[in-house]
Design a protein around this ligand. Structure first.
Ligand code: HOZ
Length: 427
C-alpha cells in the first residue's frame, strides 16, 4: 500500500465493510470525526497511518496489560507461529495453559479454551442450561457479555453507545428467556428468585461492570448473588473477560472472596491474541462434550499462537506483578483529573478501580445503568476530541472504560491530567 490517511481508508472501508468497521465500538458515531487507522504500537504509544503518535488508554479494550508489542509476548508469538499456526490437533501448550489458569484461579477446577469472550459466555450459558435442565437467565441491565442472541438484551458497550439496548434479529423467544434487573439491585434479584427461582439456569454478571462505563459492585451485591444462586439452584457465572487478571494475578471473584460456579475469561489471558476460556467446578465442566452432552467446539480453540501469547502474558504477570503500580497510577490519575474538574466547576467524576477508569460527565455515584444514563454524552464527545487533539486516545464512547497499562509512566499520567484540565476548562 502507498501513503495512507485515515479518512481515505475509512472511505474505502465504508464501501466494503458495514459502517467501515469490524466492530461497532471502533466507529466514532457518538464522538464525531473519522475513526483512526493504526499503523503500529509500542509500549503506551500507537502510531496512526499519518505518523501521529498517541498515548493509548484504550489498550485494545483491555488485553494489553503490559502495553503494545511487549518483547516477551511478541517473541512467544513468533516462535509459536514458526512452528505452525494451527493444527486442529492437540498441542502441549494447551495443557500448560489450562494448568496455569487452574492454578492462578482456584475456583476453576477445569477449563476449556475458545477463541473469544463471546464464545466463552455463550458456552457458559449453554453449559448452565444443560447442567441444570432449566432455561431462564438473569443478566443485568447495561452489562455486556458478547453478542450471542440472548445476551444482546438490555446490553451495554456498542449497543448502549448506539442507543439501541437490544439488538434486532434476536428472536422474541430468546429474549423472553432473559430477565433483566438493574446492576447492584439485589432486592430485584431476590424478587425474581422468589417468583421463578426453580426455572433459573444461571445468573451471569460482570463482577465489576465495565461495559456501561466503570460501575463497581456494592459490597453486598456479589455475596448476595452467590446466596440467591445457592437458594434457587441456579449457577453463578462471573463474566471476567474484562476483569480477569485486571486487578490482581487472578480473577476479581478470587480477590473479593466470592466463588462463582463458572468463570469466563478472555482479553488479558490472550496477551492481545484472540482467546477465551470457560472454567469452573469440575462437576459442571464435565458436562461438556465429549464427556457430557453439552456440545461446544472450534477449529481455532486453543490455537497455538494465541496460547503462546497468553502463556507469555501470564508468565509476565507472575514475574512482575504490576497491580500495586497500576493502582498507584490509577489513584494519581483520578486525584489529578477530579481536582481539575472541580477547579473548572464541571459536573464530572473520574471513576476508577486499579488501573481501570471512566471519565463520567455526571455527579457521583454511578451505581447502575439508570445513573450512567444521567451522564452528558455530548460533553464526553467534546472531551474525547480535545484529548485526541492533545495526543491521548480514549475509548470513543462515554459508556466504556479506559485502561492504564504497566507500560504507562507517571509522566504519561501527568500529561493526561494536564490535557484533561484543558479539555474540562474549555467546556
Ligand atoms: N468489551 C469491549 C468493549 N466494551 C468489546 C470490544 C468490541 O466489541 O469490539
Amino acid at each position: 500500500m502507498t501513503a495512507m490517511d485515515s479518512r481515505a481508508l475509512f472511505e474505502r472501508a465504508c464501501r466494503v465493510i458495514p459502517g467501515g468497521v469490524n466492530s461497532p465500538v471502533r466507529a466514532f458515531g457518538s464522538v464525531g470525526g473519522d475513526p483512526l487507522y493504526v499503523a503500529s504500537g509500542k509500549g503506551t504509544r500507537i502510531r496512526t497511518v499519518e505518523g501521529r503518535e498517541l498515548t493509548d488508554y484504550c489498550c485494545s479494550w483491555g488485553p494489553l496489560l503490559f502495553g503494545h508489542a511487549r518483547a516477551e509476548i511478541v517473541e512467544a508469538i513468533c516462535e509459536a507461529a514458526a512452528a505452525g499456526t494451527s493444527f486442529g490437533i492437540n498441542t502441549p501448550r494447551e495443557v500448560e495453559m489450562a494448568e496455569t489458569l487452574c492454578a492462578m484461579v482456584p475456583s476453576m477446577e477445569m477449563v476449556r479454551l475458545v477463541s473469544s469472550g463471546t464464545e466463552a459466555t455463550m458456552t457458559a450459558l449453554r453449559l448452565a442450561r444443560g447442567f441444570t435442565g432449566r432455561s431462564l437467565i438473569i443478566k443485568f441491565d447495561g452489562c455486556y457479555h458478547g453478542h450471542a442472541d440472548y445476551l444482546l438484551v438490555a446490553a451495554g458497550s456498542g449497543l448502549l453507545t448506539g442507543g439501541i439496548s437490544s439488538s434486532k434479529g434476536v428472536s422474541p423467544s430468546a429474549a423472553a428467556e432473559v430477565l433483566v434487573p438493574a446492576y447492584n439491585d439485589l432486592a430485584a434479584v431476590e424478587r425474581i428468585i422468589a417468583e421463578r427461582g426453580q426455572d433459573i439456569a444461571a445468573i451471569i454478571v460482570e463482577p465489576v461492570a465495565g461495559n456501561m462505563g466503570l460501575v463497581p459492585p456494592h459490597a453486598d451485591f456479589l455475596p448476595g448473588l452467590r446466596r440467591l444462586a445457592d437458594r434457587s439452584g441456579a449457577l453463578l457465572i462471573f463474566d471476567e473477560v474484562i476483569t480477569g487478571f485486571r486487578f490482581g494475578p487472578t480473577t476479581y471473584g478470587q480477590l473479593c472472596g466470592v466463588k462463582p460456579d463458572l468463570t469466563c475469561l478472555g482479553k488479558i489471558i490472550g496477551g492481545g491474541a484472540p482467546i477465551g476460556a470457560i472454567g469452573g467446578r469440575a462437576e459442571i465442566m464435565r458436562s461438556l462434550s465429549p464427556l457430557g452432552g453439552v456440545y461446544q467446539a472450534g477449529t481455532l480453540s486453543g490455537n497455538p499462537v494465541a496460547v503462546a501469547a497468553g502463556l507469555a502474558m501470564l508468565r509476565l504477570i507472575r514475574e512482575e506483578n504490576p497491580y500495586a503500580r497500576l493502582d498507584v497510577l490509577g489513584a494519581r490519575l483520578a486525584a489529578g483529573v477530579n481536582a481539575r474538574a472541580a477547579a473548572a466547576g464541571v459536573t464530572f467524576h473520574l471513576a476508577r478501580l486499579g488501573g481501570m477508569f471512566t471519565p463520567f460527565f455526571c455527579a457521583p455515584p454511578v451505581t447502575d445503568l439508570a445513573s450512567v444514563k444521567r451522564c452528558d454524552a455530548q460533553r464526553y464527545a467534546r472531551f474525547f476530541r480535545s484529548m485526541l487533539k492533545s495526543g491521548i486516545y480514549l475509548a470513543p464512547s462515554q459508556f466504556e472504560v479506559g485502561f492504564i497499562s504497566a507500560a504507562h509512566t507517571e509522566s504519561d499520567i501527568d500529561q493526561f491530567i494536564a490535557a484533561a484540565g484543558e479539555a474540562l476548562a474549555a467546556g
